[in-house]
Design a protein around this ligand. Structure first.
Ligand code: ZN
Length: 247
């Protein structure tokens, strides 16, 4: 069983956009937007499921009600980003949020394809985690799709494979916010490319592409966030291109 903190401490990045850092074991950073214009909450990535209660507690502490979550946007298909979906759908079964993911990730989630969600190298299974992976309803989003949440937030979606086959990034065009999942992290680091579906050259190309976006707030799937996005992504781009794949 995982140990999780009883509460995730939320931090306001900018008005209405909150950062909830990952818990210690196989979890991911989560972001949410309090869409006051529609009285709803939009969540990015679902975490490992074990940390969901800690997220709800943390939301409660800053006056946000998890029952208002209407949409969940997933960055990619990996266990630490999606397992929370099953818990969330159970808890909210009377009023379930819509789940959004890119084609390949959407298909994996629609089929409940455990071997794609939990890479074998991790040496764990969903039963060890106490969560049952099952087929769920997912809205399929496409490359270059754009969605407007309200007058403040409009996101564009770009397909950025390399870390996994279903990896996308969410780019907010007004405030220059990037939610890149596990593509790039702060401090020159970047996503692993050795899981099934991973590719170093695709990762390099995807980071090269991302480096052309104008990014102020970098909100990655793990570790710290940054308000110095362009510089961080450029650093990661330099680092990832310094690797040669010998395999
Ligand atoms: Zn991942």
């Amino acid at each position: 069983m995982f140990f999780t903190n009883s509460v995730k401490i939320g931090k306001e990045v900018i008005e209405d956009l909150f950062f909830f850092p990952e818990s210690q074991m196989l979890d991911c950073n989560q972001y949410l937007i309090n869409n006051r214009e529609n009285d709803e909450i939009i969540l990015f990535d679902a975490g490992n499921g074990k940390s969901l209660k800690a997220l709800f507690e943390g939301m409660n502490n800053i006056g946000l009600d998890y029952k208002k979550i209407t949409k969940v946007y997933i960055t990619h298909e990996h266990v630490d980003h999606v397992l929370g979906l099953y818990e969330l759908l159970d808890v909210m079964k009377n009023n379930p949020p819509e789940i959004f993911a890119y084609e390949k990730t959407a298909k994996i989630l629609q089929e409940g394809n455990e071997s794609e969600i939990i890479p074998r190298d991790l040496g764990i299974s969903s039963s060890m985690l106490g969560i049952e992976i099952r087929p769920i309803k997912v809205v399929n989003i496409k490359e270059n799709d754009q969605f407007r949440l309200n007058s403040e937030f409009t996101f564009k979606i770009f397909y950025t494979p390399g870390h996994s086959l279903g990896s996308i990034i969410y780019y907010e065009i007004n405030k220059k916010i990037l939610i890149p999942g596990d593509l790039v992290f702060a401090g020159g680091s970047f996503g692993r490319y050795d899981f099934p579906g991973g590719s170093l050259t695709k990762l390099q190309d995807s980071i090269e592409f991302t480096n052309k976006l104008d990014v102020e707030y970098l909100l990655p799937g793990h570790m710290n966030i940054s308000d110095n996005g362009n510089e961080q992504i450029e650093y990661s781009n330099k680092m990832v291109h310094s690797i040669r794949d010998y395999f």
